[in-house]
Structures are given as structure tokens and as C-alpha cells.
Design a protein around this ligand. Structure first.
Ligand code: NAD
Length: 459
């Protein structure tokens, strides 16, 4: 069994089986058996199961969120948001059920053509620990609505909420085998799942290094892949921005989920004309972020999910300081009775970071924000585009021409203006470059879980 720990206290909160090749085989067989009756239902019938599951999850949101905080570490208010987000995604796809239908094309004297959208079969999903409930919904809801069955592997360190959500869907009527959860490590369960010949599509979310490994494992068979990988999102604050609003955007953008979000603000470029004012306000605000156990009221930032994650962040900050960077606030692990058994690191702002520092060139998955003053928007875009990642990016300005330029020139899959992080289920989301390919959410994701079958009628 794999023990699951509370990142705030070190307590064991549960355990799950270590799935291997045998468990993968059993899960795929279950999903294959469930496929014919599930795919034979109409999209509207399938949508009703999603809606019923969403209703039950909403009714249990508080309890599910408490469990999510215990295993993942995020503040309870964020966990409630995420559980409701799970329900919202299911409701969105349930609402799309009436749009799943084919097309007719007249071929004139030749005849007519009917094009049917068909499910693919058994799909696999592999997700990380940072947003387990939301990412489970992003993958399961469009896949199931399309008529596929799915085997989903949650992370080895935060699988409990996913298991509870899967149980809730079954309680709400989802037929057994339509969504099977497979617990275990990436190296064993994950690899065996990707390599299984019964899998028609792999939707992967995780780090770029693991994504490339998964892609290599899937090579050699006709498997459709989606790669939602790491990010190093830039936020650009222009001189004409609403500065207090941009400060709040940076706080939420970087410190939400303790900085462990793929689209977190990982680098901040601010025009020199407002850099001093902006940085002073941000520093004041960040120094006051209440950090602690996510189950304590008023806590706005929890621990990092793992000790290794905290230590990696600490090492990056220490190395940058040794190279001349200056910590404005934070810059160290937190100590004291409330912190000593968890993986707490203080919310950190850092300036004068050398351009080649890994704080600016790699994905930093924790509560550390480098601030880089730049002379103008051109310089900001140039610096922001030096990263191999290209997931999200935001610009904070009132000027439409700046927005246009930024949107055209920045390397990213999603661009926000005067916002960061917002990702409603209606909106296609995904990256390019080392951030991967394929899109989650919206009609785009639904289509990606189907393939067309064509009937040509010669009258
Ligand atoms: P990770 O790559 O270590 O693990 C992700 C999942 O892959 C886990 O379930 C893990 O068990 C599994 N896995 C690990 N090795 C595997 C292998 N060899 N074969 C098959 N599966 C394997 O990532 P993580 O640390 O859990 O998550 C953080 C990363 O996820 C960050 O890079 C973050 O940016 C990224 N992320 C991306 C998005 C997005 O939509 N682009 C969303 C959330 C998180």
C-alpha cells in the first residue's frame, strides 16, 4: 500500500493500493467490458449521469474539500472552489450533450453522406497532485460524454479525493467500469497504462519531463495523445496599468495553491516607470499573507505538497542569492510549532535575479516570484519569450494596442488581459512549445475524444 500524508502535519491520512501491470490489465478489461453499453447510450443519456454526479458532488462539497486539503495541503476555501469546479465542468459537458450529433452532406448525383461522431474506446488519463479534482473533471467529463470509458491514474501522493469523487459518481448512477481509477506510481502503474494495447487515447497532465517519457512509451501504436505540461507564465505590468489591481492579480496568480499551479505567475516583468511603486505595494501585501494548515480559518496559503518540492524551491532561491539576487520578503522555510511538521516555505519576492537563473528559465513550482523591471513592453515580451515554456501569459494595461501587440508576439496558449489563472470550462486551454499540445475544455476537448465515421449513400 502507498501511504498518503498530510503536507501540513506529516500525519498519515490514508493509503491506496500499489497498482502494477496486473491492476492495469484488470482496469482496462473492466473499461472494455463497460464500453459497448455505455457507447450505445445517447449523448443526452450520458449527460444525465454527469449532471447527477455533479449534483451529488455539490451536496458533499464541504466534506470532499476537507479531504482534499488534508491530502494536498491547499487552503480549505481553495479546496471548496476546486470541488465546485469539478461539478461545474461536469455540468458544462452535460449541457453540451444535445450538441453531440452528426452531419449530412449532399453529394449531388453521387448521393448523400452522413458523418457520425464516434467514441474512441478506452481512454487513459494521467493527472498530477496539484489540482486533482479539477483535472479529473477536465479529462473524465468530455471523454465520458463522447461515449468512451476511461481509466484514470491520479498521482501517487494525492489520490484520495479522486477516489471519493469516482465513488460519488457511481453512487449517482454512473455504471460500474465507465470510469475506473487506478492507483500507483508513475513508473509502475503509469507506464503500464500508457503501454497497454487496449488504450486508444492518453490524456496526460504533468511535468514536461514525464510527458516526454509518456510520449515515447506511446510511440509505435496509433494512440491519440494530449500533453498538458509545465509552464512558466510571465505577467507583464505596463506603466498605465491599474496598479492595485495588478498587485492583487500577482498575489493570486503566484501564491494561489502555494504557487503550485501550471499557469501560476512564475515571472513578473514590470515597466520601470512604475516598478518602485508596484514592488513596494506587492511587498507589503505578500509579507502579510497568512500561511498555515489549510484547515485553519483565515489561512491564505498552505504548505508545499512535498518536502522535496519545498527543498527544491529553497535551493533555487539560495543559488539565486549566491548569484547576486536580493530577497525582498520570505526566502526561507518557515519554522515554529505550527510549521515544523509540514513543508512550509514563506511567500517570497526576489529581485535582481540574473537572466540565466533557473528562477527565470525553469518551471518553479512554489511560492517564489522573481520581479524583473524592464524599460518598455518590447523588452518585456523579449524577456518573457526566452523561456521554452509557453502555457499562459498576462498583460496588465488599459491600452488596446499594447494588448494587441502582446497577444500577437507572446509565446503562449492562453493570454489574459488584466487577469491571470481564470480558466472556465467553456474556454479551450493548453500550451505550446515545451508546455505541450492539445486542448482541454470547451468543444475542442470534446471533439478530441471522438472520431468521425462516414457513411456514403449512393441512391
Ligand atoms: P509528474 O509529471 O511528476 O506526475 C504527473 C503524473 O504522471 C502522476 O500521476 C505521476 O504518477 C505520473 N507519472 C510519473 N512518471 C510517469 C511515467 N514514467 N509514466 C507514466 N506516468 C507517470 O508531475 P507532478 O509533479 O505530479 O505535477 C506537477 C506538474 O504538472 C508541473 O509541471 C505542472 O506545471 C504540471 N501541470 C500542468 C497542467 C496543464 O494543464 N498544463 C496542469 C496541472 C499541472
Amino acid at each position: 500500500m502507498i501511504p498518503i500524508y498530510n503536507p501540513a502535519t506529516g500525519d498519515t491520512v490514508g493509503q491506496v493500493p500499489v497498482g502494477g501491470r496486473v491492476a492495469v490489465n484488470a482496469a482496462v478489461i473492466t473499461a472494455e467490458e463497460a464500453f459497448p453499453p455505455w457507447s450505445a447510450k445517447t449523448p443526452r443519456e450520458r449527460g444525465k449521469f454527469l449532471a447527477a454526479g455533479a449534483a451529488l458532488v455539490r451536496a458533499r462539497a464541504g466534506e470532499l474539500a476537507t479531504n482534499l486539503t488534508r491530502e494536498q495541503g491547499k487552503p480549505h476555501v481553495e479546496a471548496v472552489d476546486e470541488i465546485r469546479g469539478f461539478a461545474h465542468v461536469l455540468e458544462y459537458y452535460a449541457g453540451l450533450s444535445s450538441t453531440v450529433h452528426g452531419e449530412a452532406v449532399s453529394l449531388g448525383a453521387v448521393g448523400d453522406c452522413l458523418i457520425y461522431p464516434r467514441p474512441l474506446g478506452v481512454c487513459a488519463a494521467i493527472i498530477p497532485w496539484n489540482m486533482p479534482a479539477l483535472l479529473m473533471a477536465w479529462k473524465a467529463a468530455p471523454s465520458l460524454l463522447a461515449g468512451n470509458t476511461m481509466v484514470l491514474k491520479p498521482s501517487a501522493t494525492a489520490p484520495l479525493t479522486c477516489l471519493a469523487l469516482a465513488r460519488a459518481l457511481e453512487e449517482a448512477g454512473l455504471p460500474p467500469g465507465v470510469l475506473t481509477l487506478l492507483t500507483g506510481t508513475g513508473e509502475e502503474a503509469g507506464e503500464a497504462l500508457v503501454a497497454h494495447p487496449g488504450i486508444r487515447r492518453v490524456s496526460f497532465t504533468g511535468s514536461t519531463a514525464t510527458g516526454l517519457r509518456v510520449q515515447a512509451l506511446a510511440a509505435g501504436r496509433p494512440v491519440r495523445l494530449t500533453m498538458e505540461l509545465g509552464g512558466s507564465d510571465p505577467m507583464v505590468v505596463c506603466a498605465d496599468a491599474d496598479i492595485p489591481r495588478a498587485v492583487e492579480g500577482a498575489v493570486r496568480g503566484r501564491f494561489y495553491n502555494c504557487g503550485q499551479t501550471c499557469t501560476a505567475v512564475k515571472r513578473l516583468y514590470v515597466e520601470e516607470a512604475v516598478a518602485v511603486q508596484f514592488t513596494a505595494l506587492l511587498q507589503e501585501r505578500v509579507a502579510k499573507i497568512p500561511v498555515g494548515n489549510g484547515l485553519s480559518p483565515d489561512v491564505a496559503m498552505g504548505p508545499l505538497h512535498t518536502a522535496a518540492g519545498r527543498d527544491a524551491v529553497a535551493a533555487l532561491v539560495n543559488d539565486a542569492v549566491a548569484d547576486g539576487a536580493r530577497v525582498l520578503t520570505g526566502g526561507e522555510a518557515m519554522h515554529g510549532p505550527e510549521y515544523d511538521n509540514g513543508h512550509f516555505y514563506a511567500p517570497t519576492l526576489i529581485t535582481r535575479v540574473p537572466p540565466r537563473s533557473p528562477l527565470l528559465t525553469t518551471e518553479v513550482f512554489g511560492p517564489v516570484l522573481p520581479i524583473v523591471p524592464v524599460p518598455n513592453l518590447d523588452a518585456a515580451i523579449h524577456a518573457a519569450n526566452q523561456s521554452p515554456y509557453a502555457l499562459g501569459a498576462s498583460i496588465w494595461t488599459k491600452d488596446l494596442q499594447s494588448v494587441r501587440k502582446f497577444f500577437q508576439e507572446i509565446h503562449a496558449g492562453v493570454v489574459w488581459v488584466n487577469r491571470h489563472l481564470t480558466l472556465p470550462p467553456e474556454v479551450p486551454f493548453g500550451g505550446t512549445g515545451m508546455s505541450g499540445y492539445g486542448r482541454e475544455n470547451g468543444l475542442h476537448a470534446l471533439r478530441d475524444y471522438m472520431e468521425e465515421k462516414t457513411l456514403i449513400l449512393g441512391w
